[in-house]
Design a protein around this ligand. Structure first.
Ligand code: GLU
Length: 576
């Protein structure tokens, strides 16, 4: 059997997004599952779309995910170079080869000429396509005489190489995920294979490299499915055996009703409205925002979808807003959705050098790489027995392209957070301490105390950093409360409370600060004063935490220590 070799072939046109990470992950899992090799190839022939830093970003992101290539630009390998811009001589050789076949021709049409032709077609209500119906009226080696072509070449007229799409052939294609389907070549155009600077386009370079690098399986995004006919014919033209193909479905936007809430409705309205008025400049920001917000406030209603339906009575603004929201709230997860809805769509932070814009990454948002890739893997693939928590090795063992879903996979922010929570529970307290210490958080607390805090709070954590940011999750261990939850205060504090807590504080002066003793001391105090435990515990908790939440009060007291505990009680007394 031939060796399984799979490649991930990103173009360095920007940061890798969730869809790209998933493609790389499935490429990797399939290769490992089959005992094969996983190759990283950088497809950088499109210099116009090249983004500085994108290649380094892709390498770093894959490393963070643990998706390690057997061959790559950095690592090298048997088929080096792995950057297309460095493979020009290989492409030149094959350009010559394909021009000797009946599958390619050269074309001299300039961009201006093609624009003019396009405009002519448009004026007649047609759409221009450079294909087997039009190629004979254009300036190429099929339409011009041999002498004319020779003259143009002698004059060094720039030209491109185009694929000569056969006339009226039915192509029977096969995709591992989607099965068999056919395409008629009359629906396909004569794609440019080599640009006028001599560089191949994606299509040509891609099949040459897949052949040269002995790729056995091409697993890539659904957006490349329409190119499968052309690619299949390119293999035929070159006389090569084609690899097998699998096209992955899209990742879809999350269900917006789970994303928009009272806290973020204004900021989400603002970003949607800004985008809306840039696209529809005839409307004012304020009236657009008002309308958009009114729709968003109904987002949890079962009628929401039908509210966005067209209605004859709608004025221009309403009709435009409805159309805009329908598009913006469903379909493919876009790079901008992250900013709008407040979740990352990139594995790592990405700084666009040109604009200085920073896009948020999963790593910097506090996700563990294990949790992140586990979440990504399950966007479109179901392991056996509906298992959900799997390590990279376990995923590789189980991965099966036949179990990859045909339908789009809906991203869910809650699910992503759920995975992180699960993986935090699997980490030892020591590992979590390391994570905490590697963040930019500073504390004077000893490791011993930090470990105790972690062990007390772990089960409540979605992110390790919550420990220092969120009162409910442990921030109060590091900072005395600066305010007290109003509802909690009403419940916990009455006219006598200050006196009671003052007396308790002086009893505590003589207590050893160990949770067990403290529990006993509070108990004894309550009994001595003939008070219910709640009358003492609740205001005590409020003084220490600022709310009526958190782990057992004696545990909190032990960790805070005598001085801090008494100082917080006094703060509360002064406050109320
Ligand atoms: N360079 C292409 C991309 O970035 C690769 C597509 C493929 O895998 O064939 O999407």
């Amino acid at each position: 059997m031939e060796k399984v070799r799979v490649r991930f072939a990103p173009s360095p046109t920007g940061p890798l997004h969730l869809g790209g990470v998933r493609t790389a992950l499935y490429d990797y899992l399939f290769a490992k599952n089959q005992g094969g090799e996983f190759v990283l190839r950088i497809e950088d022939t499109d210099t116009a779309r090249y983004v500085e830093g994108a290649e380094e970003y892709i390498e770093e992101a894959l490393e963070w995910c643990g998706i390690i290539a057997d061959e790559s630009p950095k690592k090298g390998g048997k088929f080096a170079p792995y950057r297309q811009s460095e493979r020009r001589d290989i492409y030149d050789r094959y350009t010559e080869q394909i021009l000797k076949t009946d599958y390619a021709y050269i074309a001299f049409d300039t961009a201006e000429e093609l624009d003019a032709t396009r405009a002519e077609y448009e004026a007649k209500g047609d759409v221009f396509s450079y294909d087997n119906k039009t190629r004979n009226q254009l300036r190429n080696s099929l339409a011009l005489s041999e002498e004319e072509v020779k003259k143009l070449l002698d004059e060094k007229t720039p030209y491109v190489v185009r694929f000569k799409m056969p006339v009226d052939r039915t192509l029977n294609l096969e995709d591992i995920i989607r099965g068999k389907f056919s395409v008629n070549t009359n629906t396909l155009d004569d794609k440019v294979l080599v640009k006028n600077d001599g560089m191949p386009t994606y299509h040509f370079a891609n099949i040459i490299d897949d052949h040269e690098m002995e790729i056995s399986h091409v697993i890539r995004g659904e957006e490349w499915l329409p190119s499968l006919g052309l690619h299949t014919l390119l293999y035929e033209a070159m006389g090569w055996e084609a690899p097998q193909f699998a096209h992955l479905s899209l990742i879809l936007k999350p269900d917006v009703s789970t994303l928009i809430n009272k806290e973020n409705i204004d900021s989400i309205t603002k970003s949607f409205s800004e985008e809306f008025v840039t696209k529809n400049s005839e409307f004012s920001f304020d009236e657009s925002a008002e309308l958009i917000k009114s729709f968003f406030s109904e987002v949890k209603s079962p009628r929401f979808k039908s509210m966005l339906g067209e209605n004859e009575k709608d004025n221009a603004l309403t009709a435009a807003v409805k159309q805009f929201l329908k598009k913006g709230l469903s379909g493919k997860l876009s790079k901008r959705d992250g900013d709008k809805f407040g979740f990352p769509v990139f594995p790592l932070n990405f700084t666009d050098y040109a604009t200085g814009n920073v896009s948020k990454g999963y790593r910097e948002s506090g996700y563990l790489p294990e949790a992140f890739i586990n979440m990504v893997a399950l966007l479109g693939w179901s392991p056996a027995d509906d298992k959900e928590i799997l390590s990279l090795e376990e995923m590789a063992k189980e991965f099966d392209l036949n179990k990859v879903h045909k339908a789009g996979a809906r991203f869910s922010k809650e699910k992503a957070e759920w995975f992180n929570h699960q993986y935090i529970q699997q980490k030892s307290d020591e590992e979590l301490l390391e994570i905490l210490k590697s963040s930019d958080f500073n504390t004077t607390l000893s490791d011993e105390k930090l470990l105790k805090i972690i062990s007390l709070m772990k089960e409540r954590l979605t992110f390790v950093k919550d420990l220092t940011l969120d009162n409910e999750k442990g921030k109060f261990f590091f900072e005395a409360p600066v305010s007290y939850d109003e509802k909690a205060a009403k419940k916990a504090w009455n006219d006598q409370t200050s006196v009671i807590l003052g007396e308790l504080a002086s009893d505590l002066e003589n207590t050893e600060f160990i949770a067990e003793n403290l529990k006993q001391a509070v108990h004894d105090f309550a009994e001595k004063k003939s008070l219910g435990m709640g009358k003492v515990m609740m205001p005590l908790r409020l003084s220490l935490v600022g709310e009526l939440k958190g782990p057992d009060v004696p545990d909190i007291m032990e960790l805070l220590g005598k001085e801090e505990t008494i100082s917080r009680i006094n703060n509360a007394i002064n406050n109320f």
